[in-house]
Write a protein of this length. Structure first.
Length: 106
């Protein structure tokens, strides 16, 4: 994990403060951004990216770095992305498995 990903994580976490239930965890060689167990974004490979489902595959689409300096717009974009992911059956199944596992560990 590099310094750039750490800087992106700090900026994105600050900007996304209005997202209730936000969690940031290490993933790959970067950071994963979750809301209530659902992975919706990542600071990875030198960029902040939204997680999407395209043609049956998970992808991470780069977000304009300037958006990290506009928290209201970033939160709106993140909420729209979360809504799309929650409507995706594969995302809902993965989120339910993770949150169930967390409950069992307590």
């Amino acid at each position: 994990m590099g310094r750039v990903e750490d800087e992106i994580r700090v900026d994105a976490e600050d900007a996304l403060g209005a997202i209730e239930g936000l969690e940031v965890r290490r993933m790959f060689s970067g950071w994963g951004f979750y809301q209530r167990g659902l992975l919706f974004a990542a600071a990875w490979d030198g960029e902040f990216r939204f997680r999407t489902r395209q043609g049956g595959h998970w992808e991470y689409e780069a977000v304009d770095r300037k958006l990290l300096d506009r928290p209201d717009e970033l939160v709106s974009a993140a909420r729209a992305n979360l809504a799309r992911l929650r409507a995706e059956p594969a995302a809902a199944r993965a989120s339910n498995r993770r949150s169930g596992a967390a409950r069992r560990r307590r």
